[in-house]
Ligand binder design. Structure first.
Ligand code: AHM
Ligand code: MG
Length: 341
């Protein structure tokens, strides 16, 4: 008789096989999964639980906060701050890192998260999600005095990264650096069950995802790439492309992990000083690691996203990720481009 592999089983197994999930990390990931499960229940209930609509506030990035952004943020804190594994947490919805309260034990991990990604889709019942990334405190730093600087590590140093998508199913997608695994929430059991392992993104694709309404603001290499896709079988690519744009990064990346494709949220000229819309540390880096672990690629047009050393907690970045051959092509167009930017 075969038994379902729960997230807890999986973490114990991957520790035995690869030594990449010591007990504190396993405990922390179970807390993260618990937070996602609790957020999933709120998302499910929607209007019945009074969680839809605007909160009437803005985050540090000047974006309107939805009630569910704040509820998801509080849920993460409540599930993860007491366990003794964390030195601090940081999120899209908090200006500065959240230190672990003095009454709780502290550990040497750092948790970064986007509690509710795809906020514009909350009120219209389209898939949304939570993105998370786990780091260690830098060597020699004390866990009682974690600061913003302690978080500023390149994505290559992540210990674990993933997302939970609240869609037709609630699905947790995780990497600890040994491939990408998918867990589906079994609600009656209250557990995430391993449903796909070792996801691979096909190298090639004929599907792109970008917010086309920004086309007139893009830099030349992005415009060139999309123009060639749109020219289809009559153009230089010699094949027709399909387009998808869900406007929830979790949902667009999930599709790409499942069947390939390329996702772009590039720099554009409206705000030339801003590298992009998406945030490096709790959106782009965890997604970039998942995509690389599944055989894809992720760059900002110039370098792998995972190599970028952040200068700020809420730093933005241009994002090009997905099927390796397409990401290599767009990145190559940037290298050939002589125009400023
Ligand atoms: P959020 O974290 O505030 O929801 O913002 C990030 C989202 C991404 O999920 C998505 O790819 C992008 O913003 C959509 O942007 P746009 O509304 O320009 O299409
Ligand atoms: Mg987001």
């Amino acid at each position: 008789m075969t038994h379902a592999v729960t997230l807890a089983h999986y973490l114990a197994r991957i520790e035995r096989q690869h030594g990449c999930a010591p007990l504190p990390l396993q405990q922390l990931l179970m807390q993260v999964a618990g937070a996602c499960q609790a957020i999933a229940a709120q998302v499910d209930a929607g209007a019945l639980a009074g969680v839809l609509g605007a909160a009437g506030s803005e985050n540090v990035q000047g974006e309107e906060q939805k009630k569910l952004d704040l509820i998801a943020n509080e849920t993460f804190i409540a599930h993860c701050h007491w366990g003794g594994q964390l030195a601090a947490m940081a999120s899209e919805e908090m200006e500065t890192p959240y230190p672990i309260p003095a009454q709780y034990p502290r550990g040497d991990h750092l948790l970064l998260f986007d509690p509710l990604d795809g906020s514009s889709n909350i009120d219209v019942n389209v898939s949304i999600g939570t993105i998370f990334s786990l780091l260690k405190m830098p060597d020699g730093r004390s866990s009682v005095s974690a600061t913003e600087e302690d978080f500023l590590q390149p994505g290559r140093r992540q210990l674990a990264a993933g997302y939970c998508i609240y869609g037709p199913q609630t699905t947790l997608v995780l990497t600890l650096g040994h491939g990408v695994s998918v867990f589906t929430l079994d609600r009656p059991q209250g557990a995430f069950i391993l449903t796909r392992d070792q996801l691979r993104i096909p190298r090639q694709t004929a599907e792109f995802a970008i917010n086309m309404s920004n086309a007139r603001h893009w830099a030349a290499p992005v415009r060139r790439y999309i123009d060639e896709c749109l020219a289809g079988s009559q153009g230089p690519r010699g094949k027709d492309f399909n387009m998808r744009w869900i406007a929830s990064m979790v949902a667009d990346v999930h599709r790409i992990l499942c069947r390939g494709g390329i996702f772009m949220y590039p720099w554009d000229q409206r705000e030339p000083e801003r590298p992009g819309k998406l945030r490096l540390m709790y959106e782009a880096s965890p997604m970039a690691w998942l995509v690389e672990q599944a055989g894809g690629a992720a760059t900002n047009g110039n370098q792998p996203i995972l190599d970028i050393v952040p200068a700020q907690l809420h730093e933005r970045v241009s994002v090009i990720l997905g099927s390796r051959d397409e990401v290599t092509r767009v990145t190559g167009y940037h290298a050939q481009d002589a125009s400023p930017r």
